[in-house]
Design a protein around this ligand. Structure first.
Ligand code: SF4
Length: 338
């Protein structure tokens, strides 16, 4: 079997390997680009010379890449079972039912915003309903886009991202309502919907939902001079005790600004925190708020990447259904347009 480097050399620009920041360094070292979901979705759309795009991340990311690339380009994953549990907390059916239920109670007053960490089916329903996607980095801008139209937002699938950002935008907790897809009408009444500015879907990220108030209290004791930063997928009661929050890209930028000798505690996926700690060793002291790894990201390994690059099995292709592609692309492109 050829080595990964041999295959990369042989293909040249006809092959692009994309890797999410949460991947293990053993995989990331082979990637042409490392980034968060927004950066990688954009790169996938811009790599027009690439015949094969290999996505080392989780399935919704590869689906976005296929949605944004031409029909001639083929998107692969080293193991297609690499999934995001949060993305599966909203389905196209439950989302459609939510839109219908909200409309029947309060009329056409809601625009959906779908976090890119969602299935392509959910993005397609979003596009059908005049909504847009967003990332943790541009969620504020996208929420403002909805509010500027005088509408309420149905934000899915992560409750915490929407809630944290709306709080910072001055929206009161009483104006944020949680929609539970397991309950009739999401567990909400017409009265709830009338006062709501944010209707947040009851989904969460298994990595960031793990961080607790006790973790912050412990970190404050262990590192009294440290700044504590978390990702906005962290629950609000934790986020509000921290010094700052930010998307993956924003966390990386914040770390660059710390003075030599500073202590920083970061609450996000531990592969990324460990890599930053290594990178800034001797300059900035970086600690995990608590160890928290994304199981979906761990499915991709150096071994299954090498096997893929040697055999290109059809079962590793991620092909979005054309019926979903058009509407999902609408929702994604709306985000790039705002
Ligand atoms: S870190 Fe969270 S949101 Fe990201 S892929 Fe893993 S489970 Fe999904």
């Amino acid at each position: 079997m050829k080595s990964i480097e041999e295959v990369r050399k042989e293909f040249g620009k006809r092959l692009v390997i994309l890797g999410h920041h949460y991947q293990d360094s053993d995989v990331l070292k082979y990637c042409d680009f490392a980034g968060d979901s927004l950066a990688l979705s954009k790169i996938a759309g811009e790599c027009t010379e690439a015949e094969k795009i290999v996505f080392c991340g989780v399935k919704f990311m590869a689906e976005s890449a296929d949605t944004l690339t031409s029909d001639e380009q083929v998107v692969y994953m080293p193991d297609i079972s690499a999934g995001c549990p949060m993305a599966l907390m909203a389905t196209a059916e439950t989302f459609r039912a939510a839109m219908a239920s909200i409309r029947s109670m309060v009329g056409d007053v809601v625009i959906p915003l779908v976090y890119v960490n969602s299935t392509v089916g959910v993005k397609a329903v979003c596009g059908e309903n005049g909504g847009a996607t967003c990332t943790s980095g541009n969620a504020r801008k996208m929420l403002q886009w909805v509010f500027d139209q005088g509408k309420k937002v149905l934000f899915l699938p992560d409750q915490h991202l929407g809630t944290n950002i709306c709080y910072d935008m001055g929206i009161l907790d009483s104006e944020m309502k949680l929609y539970d897809p397991a309950l009739e009408n999401g567990g909400l009444t017409a009265e709830d919907l009338k006062v709501a500015k944010l209707i947040a879907w009851k989904g969460f990220c298994c990595v960031h939902n793990n961080f607790t108030v006790a973790d912050v209290e412990r970190a404050r004791k262990e590192h009294p001079n440290a700044k504590i930063i978390v990702h906005p997928e962290t629950p609000k009661e934790v986020t509000r005790l921290c010094d700052a929050y930010g998307s993956t890209a924003e966390i990386i930028k914040m770390v660059e600004t710390f003075e030599d000798g500073s202590d920083v505690v970061i609450g996000t996926e531990s592969n990324l925190v460990n890599r930053l700690a290594e990178q800034y060793k001797g300059k900035v002291n970086i600690f995990n708020l608590a160890p928290s790894y994304c199981k979906g990201m761990r499915v991709t390994t150096e071994e299954n990447l090498q096997i893929l690059l040697n055999y290109w099995p059809d079962e590793n292709i991620i092909k979005v259904d054309s019926s979903e592609k058009e509407n999902a692309r609408k929702a994604l492109e709306q985000m790039f347009f705002v």
